[in-house]
Design a protein around this ligand. Structure first.
Ligand SMILES: NC(=O)c1ccc[n+]([C@@H]2O[C@H](COP(=O)([O-])OP(=O)(O)OC[C@H]3O[C@@H](n4cnc5c(N)ncnc54)[C@H](OP(=O)(O)O)[C@@H]3O)[C@@H](O)[C@H]2O)c1
Length: 283
């Protein structure tokens, strides 16, 4: 098999970093993230593991930064798969950066790499919280359908106005940023579906999103105290978090040859959390 470049935005930490290591079986790996310190440390870890790794700082919410990242990518090798693991959580995060990074960032990454896709996989990271979001409303869907035509500022301003109010008291207790996060991940699922046809035109390329439940990464560890972590674990069939390596392993299998019919879907990987939430278990 020709060795093509495996691109991982958000490849400097957590599930992105583990995925970078796993996908190195398919070719050289390029990782990006905003923090140069995290980038250097992730590159050292991957090199130590024998990975042919390249790195460049990038901010997926900044088109100019992504342009430079893509130029660097295509200078290394033909593009293989593009994994967009860059994302921010809701803990201590205002609504606007969640919209810019999780929503517009997903759009910008696809736009930047689309011309270079060739029998490739694009994998976005959604979240099972997207399935709990009470939307999109009619207005929200209209806005999401205009992602390509609206200016960045117009998109952000209109989305800030539209984020739904929670209809579930447990969600309401988690606050506005949580709702914005859930909305941003519902958008990732929708955006992935909405681009299946366009991506397929690049020599049969595929686009999917993965919805993690609760995976033990710096994001999850940083945003939840011990009591919350214990409660999250109880919400899974296996009473534990997933590991970044388990996520990386799934992605490595999904992008392997032989899955050329799989596109436009959101794949839930959550240790049975959704099953417990939506179906009474038969004992
Ligand atoms: N962990 C979970 O249980 C869980 C559950 C559901 C969904 N997810 C989603 O899964 C993805 C990976 O999460 P993780 O848990 O592995 O988190 P993580 O360990 O915090 O890693 C996030 C990565 O994204 C990068 N990043 C953040 N903002 C960026 C930006 N604007 N431009 C470029 N890179 C950026 C971070 O680096 P810098 O900060 O240096 O930029 C880091 O490399 C995220 O999209 C997250 O929302 C995670």
């Amino acid at each position: 098999m020709e060795k093509r470049l495996q691109v991982i935005t958000g490849g400097t930490s957590g599930m992105g970093l583990a995925t970078a290591k796993a996908l190195s079986v398919y070719g050289p790996v390029l990782i990006g993230g905003r923090s140069e310190k995290r980038l250097a440390s992730a590159m050292a870890e991957l090199k130590e593991a024998g990975v042919e790794v390249y790195g460049k700082p990038c901010d997926v919410s900044d088109k100019a930064s992504l342009k430079a990242f893509v130029e660097y990518a295509v200078s290394i090798a033909p593009i293989g798969n593009v994994i967009n693991a860059a994302g921010v959580d809701y803990a201590n995060m205002p609504k606007e950066p969640i919209i810019r990074i999780n929503m517009l960032g997903t759009h910008y990454v696809l736009e930047a790499f689309l011309p270079y896709l060739d029998d490739s996989y694009v994998v976005n990271f959604s979240s099972i919280t997207g399935n709990f979001y009470p939307g999109p409303s009619k207005e929200e869907k209209e806005l999401w359908d205009q992602t390509q035509t609206l200016s960045e500022e117009e998109f952000v301003a209109r989305q800030l106005e539209l984020t739904a109010k929670p209809n579930d008291p447990r969600m309401a207790a988690l606050g506005d940023s949580y709702m914005t996060y859930a909305m941003s991940k519902r958008y990732v699922q929708y955006y992935t579906q909405a681009n299946a046809l366009r991506v397929a035109m690049k020599n049969g390329s595929r686009i999917i999103s993965i919805a993690p439940g609760s995976f033990y990464t710096p994001m999850l560890a940083g945003g939840n105290d011990e009591a919350m972590q214990a409660s999250i674990k109880r919400g899974t069939v296996y009473q534990r978090f997933g590991t970044s390596e388990e996520m990386a392993d799934l992605i490595c299998h999904l992008v392997a040859p032989g899955h050329g019919y799989l596109t436009g879907v959101d794949i839930i990987h959550d240790g049975g959390k959704t099953a417990l939430a939506f179906a009474k278990q038969m004992m």
